[in-house]
Design a binder for this molecule. Structure first.
Ligand SMILES: [Zn+2]
Length: 318
């Protein structure tokens, strides 16, 4: 049976309402008490309003006092400790260890000898020979600066020292192991320097580069590109330096090859000699107007200078 909810529930509803009102009043009183005892916070509207209403003498004790001071001090000590820890971490990963000790002290701990002082532990020196590898200028280098001239002289000295180790006799019977009638002048392709038609900058040389530079090391053996006859062999201290020309016939065309800047005394053939393709002819040098050892190769096709490198790319087989 469903209970009747009309007469029997009326007094109950009144009681409930009364109880609700009582509870609400209690809640209001409680809220009011809580507001009075809550510490005033700057910027908090309610707190400020309460603080304004309550007289100074009745305000609850706010921040301050010995306990609060101790808590603040503890927090500051903690902050400083964290800062010190972070600083130590940064220093340990960003500053080289050698800064904190003398070279001898470091050498003693690591067992590795240190070169130079602690001030230059992060620098290194490049030898003149290594520098020569990347120097590509020949007859049209910018030699006006004293510094550049000094550097070039150092490279020349290093090259001369290296040259003493390589001799023509050592390579006299060596061959470039290609298979075709036209081969590269080196067994291993060196780095390329300025190419055919590159702009020239010196006042005494040609307006543009007439050949291709191959940046081989001093003393690297050079081999005949094609079978032909030696038509020129000359020693000069300027321009092409020590150079030779071999004239060949390739695909019915007369082709002459000029090999320049060869090492003094290294040309292994004479004018009138027939030279076979791949035969050793001279050592790479730095004679004439150069700042670093290399082969300056020029090619004349039926009397006209052409790009020797592209011609080789088109004609070398195997
Ligand atoms: Zn050149």
């Amino acid at each position: 049976m469903r209970p009747a909810a009309s007469d029997s529930s009326a007094p109950t509803r009144r009681d409930l309402r009364a109880r609700q009102q009582t509870a609400e009043a209690a809640r209001r009183a409680e809220r009011s008490r809580a507001e009075r005892t809550r510490p005033a916070r700057p910027g908090a509207t309610r707190g400020t309003a309460v603080a304004a209403r309550v007289p100074l003498t009745q305000r609850p004790r706010q921040r301050g006092g010995l306990g609060v001071v101790h808590r603040g001090l503890g927090r500051q000590v903690l902050s400083v400790a964290v800062l010190v820890a972070v600083f130590a971490l940064v220093v340990s990963v960003s500053v080289p260890a050698s800064v904190f000790g003398t070279p001898s002290a470091n050498a003693a701990t690591t067992g590795a000898p240190l070169v130079g002082s602690a001030a230059d532990t992060q620098s290194f020196q490049v030898s003149a020979a290594a520098a020569a590898d990347d120097t590509s200028r020949d007859a049209y280098g910018a030699t006006s600066q004293a510094e550049f001239a000094a550097a070039a002289a150092a490279i020349q000295r290093a090259a001369a020292a290296k040259a003493a180790k390589a001799t023509t006799a050592q390579y006299a019977n060596t061959w470039n192991p290609g298979i075709g009638p036209v081969r590269w002048p080196y067994e291993v392709m060196p780095k390329l320097g300025p190419g055919f038609g590159a702009p020239a900058t010196c006042s005494t040389c040609m307006s543009v580069h007439q050949g291709q530079d191959y940046l081989a090391h001093e003393g690297t053996p050079m081999y005949s590109i094609a079978t032909g006859v030696v038509t020129k062999k000359q020693q000069d201290s300027y321009g092409w330096g020590n150079h030779l020309v071999i004239t060949s016939t390739v695909n019915g065309q007369t082709v002459s090859f000029l090999y320049a800047h060869t090492q003094t005394g290294s040309i292994a053939v004479n004018v009138g000699d027939t030279v076979q393709v791949g035969q050793f002819i001279a050592l790479t040098g730095s004679t004439g107007s150069v700042t670093a050892p290399h082969l300056h190769l020029e090619l004349q096709l039926n009397g006209t200078k052409v790009n020797p490198h592209t011609w080789l790319q088109a004609n070398v087989t195997g």
